[in-house]
Design a protein around this ligand. Structure first.
Ligand code: IMP
Length: 199
């Protein structure tokens, strides 16, 4: 059986979010893509774009320009139907510029009704300075807001996000890593990237 051509490739991951590093490595390494951390001296631009794609692309472009290596970046967040799609691109700063995950989650629970519709979105940008390729891949994951928080896996809004795909009442934070990866917005976006990287 032949190896996929993505085997042996290395990408720089343009993020300072430790949770995303863990999830990205888990998703990319089995597909033959080794992940290199962003060098400490590289400063990422502020995430002030109006779309997930804009924010992901500018981070990947910065990393690619500074390192000269193929680079990827994810911008992601949660959209609440009851809040007109908020917090969306502002998910990391929903409760303020330096808000913690806990403060952001608390604000979502206060403002959106239990059982109301949620959607996680991930835009994953790939920039290769050697070939000039610039692509953005998307993934989403639909679900609803839990009445009470549950679980300690994952990060961010996971303890109050009940994904539809499992067909039960567990939150994302109660799933195993493998269960989350199979249905998550980030999992879908990474699989779109690795499919495209194959010949
Ligand atoms: P950013 O992509 O760095 O702007 O941050 C995205 C924010 O969205 C995170 O800080 C989390 O609050 C939230 N988020 C993105 N992906 C996930 C996820 O898989 N689980 C829980 N929260 C997430």
């Amino acid at each position: 059986m032949s190896e996929p051509s993505s085997s042996g490739r290395v990408v720089v991951l343009a993020t300072r979010n430790a949770h995303k590093v863990v999830e990205m490595k888990r998703l990319l390494e089995p597909a033959g893509l080794a992940v290199e951390p962003l060098p400490d001296e590289i400063e990422l631009p502020p995430e002030d774009g109006t779309t997930f794609a804009d924010n992901a692309l500018v981070k990947a472009q910065t990393a690619a320009a500074e390192t000269g290596r193929p680079s990827i970046a994810d911008d992601s967040g949660v959209e609440a139907t009851a809040l007109g799609g908020a917090p969306g691109v502002r998910s990391a700063r929903f409760a303020g510029p330096s808000a913690t995950d806990e403060q952001n989650l608390e604000k979502l629970v206060l403002e959106a009704p239990a059982d109301s519709r949620l959607r996680y979105v991930c835009a994953l940008a790939y920039v290769n300075p050697e070939t000039g390729d610039e692509r953005v891949f998307f993934g989403d994951c639909r679900g609803r807001l839990a009445r009470v928080r549950a679980g300690s896996n994952g990060f961010g809004y996971d303890p109050v996000f009940i994904p539809d795909a499992t067909g039960d009442n567990r939150t994302m934070a109660e799933l195993t890593d493998a269960e989350k990866d199979a249905i998550s917005h980030r999992g879908h976006a990474v699989r779109a990237l690795t499919r495209w990287l194959r010949p």
